[in-house]
Design a protein around this ligand. Sequence first.
Ligand code: 13P
Length: 256
Amino acid sequence: MRKPFVAGNWKMHGSKAFVTELNQGLKQQTNSMTEIDIAVCPPALYISQTIAELEGSTVKVGAQNIAEEASQGAFTGEISIAMLKDMQCDYVILGHSERRAIYGETDEQIANKVALALEAGITPIFCVGETLEERESGTMESVIAMQLDAVISKVGVEEFEKIVIAYEPVWAIGTGVTASPEQAQEVHAFIRDKLARLNRAVAEKVIIQYGGSVKPNNAAELFAQADIDGGLIGGASLNADDFAAICQAAQDVASA
Ligand code: 13P
């Protein structure tokens, strides 16, 4: 049995006051959810505040990106995996489609970052997903396979036991248009099957989250799919009630 994992990607949102209020709400509402793993990924500046405010709760904290350099050096504006480790972060989101599309991150760079996170013992939340154009032109599977292959060839399939995969169709991110449970399940099964061809035991264990317009009203149906093991939540993770309701949907599936 895989333990569902729900993570919030706050993206570039927040202020000191907003973060405190959100964390207080999360702490109160998630304490009884013992059947699932939960994390939030604030902007880097709010990571230490969030770790302090969530102390004593079950909610873990992650970052949204790291530099390609492991420790320190003359890389103005960058944050290293060693620094996240120092802050006691548990997760880091890597390869988000916004970083691929807006900042031009390549499969190779993302694979390097996944390797750095694994070396540091921080769990990568490795994002894959197709654009609408790729889906409609029939290249969806080859695009996702390429994104996966970059990491498989860098770190080896066995390491996927320590990697969380997030399937995020680009066309569903922030659009309010979620993939249907069937559409999402189809891709999740494709990803798990691809890994299973290399290592069945690892494929059975790997957590594959769905991300893209997950809301309290569609979470239960998505999480009920056989190969969907929770979600990576953007907009709805900025509201404690909504995020807690999504976590509850995962908790209900896990305890059913
Ligand atoms: P939304 O939930 O806002 O669609 O964002 C999804 C996402 O990109 C999470 O990483």
